[in-house]
Design a protein. Structure first.
Length: 324
């Protein structure tokens, strides 16, 4: 039995998490769910967006399944990643509709603890200053993870993304660490691009990428761009992984404009749960669900409106579950 901390959060988070547990419960795998609160509504009710009790539940679980956070996202998901010491954020960009979007399939390996996301800001007489933190230790660790991931998954190339032509010291250090790590993996091709050029290449040559490793801010932006290549944010899962904890969440936010309507695409959250299954060593179940999702999307009969159908979030989830 696996103890899973379930944190639905705000907006469509509750809907897509419910849909996901509906699918998980059809597997021959036993889960014990402990529900916890966080987010905007939690702040209104308790005065804090991320209670200590929720953090403790997350730390004591085998894995955490998270839905979405609204305006309190920085105080919830960013802090939760930090509390669980998840140094890597994995964001796969894979087309589940190759006939429509091509055979796009690459992984963004995003450093999860540093960069501008440390939130070190201050007001000044002129305006404001935000400090960007890049360390050798964190850069070495994320680059090592990216090359090992490439080796373990049979991928042949790792691309570093930075802006070292302008940020010569901080991004320059990241680039240096990348090529030092690359020397230990001579069988894997290594190259690097500036982040602005990468943004263009993802549009013009997406099939050229296999694994992208980058810092926190760039990884966040590029993964949303990647979502646009394969059908939108409703299709992109993510995993936050540390030495002892795993936190799994869809890339999309709380989508307040459609919250409560029951039309949110549950695929990103279900695929996040598949990444959770991989993390738990249940990869066979993960591949089974992924194959069924592809089948359901290709059928196009019982899918949410963004996929061209009329089904609700829960109806689509129950249909996926029925095929397990």
């Amino acid at each position: 039995m696996y103890n899973i901390a379930v944190i639905p959060g705000d907006g469509i988070g509750e809907e897509v998490v419910k849909a996901t547990t509906t699918v998980l419960d059809k597997l021959d795998v036993e889960f014990n769910y402990t529900h916890a609160i966080a987010g905007d509504k939690c702040k209104e009710e308790t005065g804090v967006p991320l209670p200590d009790e929720t953090i403790q539940i997350a730390k004591e679980s085998d894995a955490v399944l998270f839905g979405a956070a609204g305006e309190t996202a920085a105080d919830v998901i960013v802090r939760l990643r930090h509390e669980l010491s998840t140094f890597v954020n994995l964001r796969p960009v894979k087309s589940l509709q190759p006939e429509k979007y091509g055979n796009i399939d690459f992984m963004i390996v995003r450093e999860n603890t540093e960069d501008l996301y440390i939130g070190d800001e201050e007001e000044t007489p002129e305006g404001a200053i935000a400090r960007k933190k890049i360390t050798k230790a964190a850069s070495d660790k994320i680059c090592e993870y990216a090359f090992k991931y490439a080796k373990d998954t049979g991928r042949k190339k790792v691309t570093a993304v930075h802006k070292a032509n302008v940020l010569k010291i901080s991004d320059g250090l990241f680039k240096k660490c990348f090529y030092e790590t690359a020397e230990k993996y001579p069988e894997i091709e290594s190259n690097d691009f500036y982040v602005d050029a990468t943004a263009m290449y993802l549009i013009t040559n997406p099939l050229d990428f296999e694994v992208i490793v980058t810092s926190n801010l760039y990884g966040d932006i590029l993964s949303d761009e990647g979502a646009g290549l394969v059908g939108g944010l409703g299709m992109i899962p993510s995993a936050n992984i540390g030495d002892e904890n795993g936190l799994f969440e869809p890339v999309h936010g709380s989508a307040p404009d459609i919250a409560g309507q029951g039309i949110a695409n549950p695929v990103a959250t279900i695929l996040s749960a598949c990444m959770m299954l991989d993390y738990l060593g249940e990869s066979e179940s993960a591949r089974r669900i992924e194959d069924i999702i592809v089948e359901v999307i290709q059928e196009g009969k019982i899918v949410t409106p963004d996929l061209g159908g009329t089904a609700s979030t829960q109806e689509m989830a129950e249909y996926i579950a029925s095929k397990i």
